[in-house]
Design a protein around this ligand. Structure first.
Ligand SMILES: [Zn+2]
Ligand SMILES: [Zn+2]
Length: 399
């Protein structure tokens, strides 16, 4: 016993002496500084909420079944999706024009904005390239085994939004997060398997990376036209399909470019399905009762208390209890209750430290919302209603 106490004492003494040493003789050139002014906050009202799915496989992916693009697109139209990214696996590289997702005559819709995307499928994991216009995916594919700085430069030249897919588990994203603009923090209807993805996201946010969290169903399988066409995976159609989960973006306009820009700027939330409530997250910086920023925005802290508001829009259950978990800098800050009603809302106050990088984000649990077109998804998402992107303070816009 005495020996243990002695050893612990030595360790503590060691920590103190190295801390003291560090403070006296070293100044970290990379330490956050006061920094200049931040870009102005965009309007909180001048825009439109658009919903969609960013990770869907059609028949042009070899691991998909019974899922022609026409089937995916007409389904998306029928459930009111505003945008869609069909993200087949590098299918149109190496001259394989027969499996070119975007030149398929079925790649068209009158109501759904169709993004140009592909799942970048590499030895070190998967990402989704997302673009408002056709780009040369062959170049991204060719550079996949090079150093990350080289890949990052090609990505920049292509002008695409690159997103890390299912970052933990099989085909985890084994690249630097410095070359991506967003991360798939909610993959498929099975919410519970995303815990590690959320942990990675919090690590990236806590280290100063302003990285948007997004969802993606990663659905592969459609309804067979005849019983003979059924595969061992056909059951998935009723459990995980377009919209499980649904990613909401507050776009400046109903255009492809606005959707991509919003995915980058982070005015984004994710809901269990297209009919589940949408999570809104706002803050009043000067206590005048008027909200000044929303999720994705980056503001300077003033040392005065900030009033935060979490609001659920859409189909909440009247009288039901919703749990709002507030995460501050990667740790649970508080757990609040909101009651479903005409306005389902809860507020909290905190004072983010002056000149210190801080972020707040929320996760909401409550009664599941039925999604009759994908009936088995409800059980897989459980009580998870939705999550917000962070509201940021003092993040370096030039990081
Ligand atoms: Zn994948
Ligand atoms: Zn996929």
């Amino acid at each position: 016993m005495r020996v243990h106490v002695f050893v612990a004492g030595l360790i503590i003494a060691g920590c103190i002496s190295s801390l003291t040493l560090g403070q006296s003789s070293h100044s970290n050139p990379w330490a956050p500084t006061e920094g200049g002014p931040l870009p102005p906050i965009a309007s909180l009202t001048d825009g439109v909420w658009l919903k969609g799915d960013l990770h869907v496989h059609s028949r042009h992916s070899k691991d998909s079944s019974n899922n022609p693009e026409a089937k995916i697109i007409s389904f998306s139209e029928s459930v009111g999706m505003d945008y869609l990214c069909i993200s087949d696996h590098d299918n149109h590289v190496g001259g394989d024009v027969a499996h070119y997702t975007w030149t398929d005559p079925e790649f068209k819709s009158n109501s759904v904005l169709l993004l140009y995307g592909a799942e970048w499928t590499t030895t070190r994991g998967h990402g989704t390239a997302i673009s408002a216009r056709p780009y040369d995916h062959q170049r991204l594919y060719d550079v996949r085994d090079q150093r990350d700085v080289v890949i990052g430069a090609v990505k920049k030249e292509l002008g695409i939004h690159l997103s890390a897919n299912h970052p933990s588990g099989k085909d985890h994203f084994g690249f630097s997060y410095d070359m991506v603009d967003s991360i798939e923090v909610w993959n498929s209807a099975v919410w519970a398997k995303n815990a590690n993805a959320i942990m990675i996201w919090d690590d990236m946010l806590s280290s100063g990376r302003k990285l948007t969290g997004r969802g993606g169903s990663d659905s592969h399988h459609g309804t067979p036209d005849t019983p003979e066409q059924a595969t061992k995976n056909s059951y998935q159609r009723k459990a995980n399909y377009v919209g499980t989960p649904t990613t909401w973006v507050f776009a400046k306009a109903r255009t492809l470019q606005s959707v991509v820009d919003t995915l980058t700027n982070g005015r984004v939330s994710v809901s269990a399905n297209p009919y589940a409530p949408r999570v809104g997250f706002y803050a009043d910086l000067d206590q005048d009762g008027k909200m000044d920023v929303m999720m994705g925005d980056n503001a300077k802290s003033t040392g005065k208390p900030v009033n935060f508001r979490v609001q659920l829009a859409g189909n909440t259950v009247s009288g039901a209890s919703y749990t709002v978990r507030v995460v501050k800098d990667g740790n649970l800050f508080s757990s609040l209750k909101a009651t479903g009603g005409k306005t389902t809302m809860v507020e909290f106050t905190d004072t983010p430290a002056v000149s210190v990088r801080t972020y707040y984000r929320v996760e909401v649990e409550g009664p599941p919302t039925a999604y009759p077109q994908v009936p088995d998804s409800m059980a897989l998402s459980g009580n998870m209603v939705g999550l917000s992107n962070p509201i940021y303070f003092n993040f370096d816009p030039n990081f």
